[in-house]
Design a binder for this molecule. Structure first.
Ligand code: 5AD
Ligand code: SF4
Length: 465
């Protein structure tokens, strides 16, 4: 059984772009008796990975997959709480799904994940038709909760410092790349961020479990693993730190590429840099969330580094890892951000020269340290700053990609390109999308050398070299 998932990478530092609802479970053998479940995923890559665990828990308990809400006995939404906008989307979707429940009241409707954890009261009030509300540490108990829910919703929002789901093999989506959760939770408490409150404290999965899981993936033909965690480089299990973990995973035959997301700048130790620099399987791409280029705002955000420290880190990783690609996360309009602070962010982004950036308007989140302070930048100003920053970054991404023209790269083939027409797509080591005309015999999982012919901010048009 496998789970197919949409993308949106990470929650919080690791999980950024707002994601798209996706159907996570695939149809299993036909059965009239087994209850059918439909699961949609919102938010970051971590949520997509969690949905693969949820899918495994439910399959084990005898559920089969429904491919549409209309044919399901149970409808579940795995949700994101990182920004208000993400929550609004889920509420709109819930209203739509309530119609299914109106026609078939026996259908069970559940809300899972970060928004469930964040919003229990508002949810029970707004959506009286919910049968299950389960937070990120409660997925193991879902079958029990679904069986129990009756007139009142079954609610489980206990955060559990010990829950890692290490013993549950997720229903990994098919493909050459697999996302493997290495650590859960976050201890950083950045002033703007709700993640530590909804996902709880940091905990790492034992290396032995990760090795077992990744060996199984390799045996199934997976060539690339992406290790996930809100602050994945804070990974530590007994004596194994993240650098050591990368080195261990690199010993697994069949795994050709290793990536991770998202690291936190303050956990970017020499051990991690050394693993990136010396282990060829660890790919030269680093997502290094900056958030702001102003020291005043970084301090207010409680990020734990200054601009000078961040720049020093960038210089060290670039010196150690040739051809490194860098991406980042930026928040515009955090409380107190002046035009001068925003200009400092723009200037710093230009100075670093990111290959890509995920940029967001600040969204005040209940429970966070910055919540009580509220907003000081109007929506209009936030919007203008965001548009300016996106335009600047698009130019930067396009110019950095154009600098790749005429160069050659090894590309791990993922399959047909979306544009069709016999074109194939895959990623360069720097995680840039390469599109090229395939040849008979080249299939997903192969690594081919391509030469870049032209580039946009989003992809490289290539030919086989
Ligand atoms: N408002 C806007 N963006 C946020 N992020 C986290 N919390 C907020 C918030 N309250 C962004 C950060 C983080 C990314 C995953 O989401 O940039 O790195
Ligand atoms: Fe990332 Fe900070 Fe949120 Fe933790 S608190 S997930 S480090 S943004």
């Amino acid at each position: 059984m496998s789970a197919s998932a949409a993308n949106e990478v990470r929650c919080a530092d690791a999980m950024r772009s707002p994601k798209i609802g996706c159907q996570v479970m695939e149809p299993r053998a036909e059965s009239t008796a087994a209850p059918r479940v439909y699961l949609e995923t919102y938010g970051c890559q971590m949520n997509v990975a969690d949905s693969e665990t949820i899918s495994a828990v439910l399959h084990r308990a005898g559920y089969v997959t429904a491919d549409a809400p209309e044919t399901a006995d149970v409808i579940l939404l795995n949700t994101c709480a990182i920004r208000e906008h993400a929550e609004e989307r889920v509420l709109r979707r819930l209203n739509e799904l309530a119609r299914v429940k109106n026609t078939r009241p026996e259908v069970k409707l559940g809300i899972l994940g970060c928004m469930a954890q964040n919003n229990r009261d508002a949810l029970t009030e707004k959506a009286a038709y919910l049968d299950v509300i389960a937070g990120p540490d409660s997925y193991r108990r879902l079958p029990e909760m679904l069986a129990r829910s009756g007139f009142d919703p079954s609610i489980d929002l206990r955060l559990d410092r010990a829950e890692t789901y290490a013993d549950i093999t997720p229903d990994f989506a098919p493909g050459v790349r697999a996302y493997v959760t290495a650590m859960r939770g976050c201890d950083k408490f950045c002033a703007f961020c709700v993640v530590p409150y909804v996902r709880g404290r940091e905990r790492s999965i034992p290396p032995s479990d990760l090795m077992r899981e990744i060996r199984e993936l390799a045996a199934r033909g997976v060539k690339e693993v992406v290790l996930l965690g809100q602050t994945v480089n804070a990974y530590r299990f007994e004596d194994t730190d993240f650098g050591a973990l990368l080195k261990m995973i690199a010993t697994i035959d069949g795994i050709e590429r290793i990536r991770f997301t998202s690291p936190h700048p303050t956990d970017m130790t020499d051990s991690v840099i050394d693993a990136m620099a010396t282990v060829p399987k660890v790919q030269p791409y680093l997502h290094l969330p900056l958030q702001s280029g102003s020291d005043r705002i970084l301090a207010a955000m409680e990020r734990g580094y200054t601009v000078a420290e961040y720049l020093d880190l960038v210089a060290r990783v670039r010196a150690a890892i040739p051809n490194l690609a860098l991406s980042t996360d930026i928040i515009v309009g955090f409380r107190g951000e002046t035009d001068a602070d925003f200009e400092a962010t723009t200037a710093l982004m230009r100075a670093v020269g990111y290959d890509a950036a995920f940029m967001f308007k600040y969204s005040v989140r209940e429970h966070t340290r910055a919540y009580k302070l509220g907003d000081s930048v109007s929506e209009e100003v936030k919007g203008r700053r965001l548009i300016d920053l996106i335009a600047m970054q698009e130019e930067m991404s396009a110019s950095r990609n154009r600098a790749m023209v005429r160069r050659e790269f090894p590309v791990l083939v993922e399959g047909p390109a979306r544009r069709g027409g016999g074109m194939l797509a895959g990623k360069t080591p720097q995680y840039k999308t390469a599109i090229f005309r395939g040849l008979e015999g080249i299939t997903a999982g192969d690594t081919v050398t391509v030469r870049v012919d032209s580039a946009t901010g989003h992809s490289l048009m290539c030919s086989l070299a």
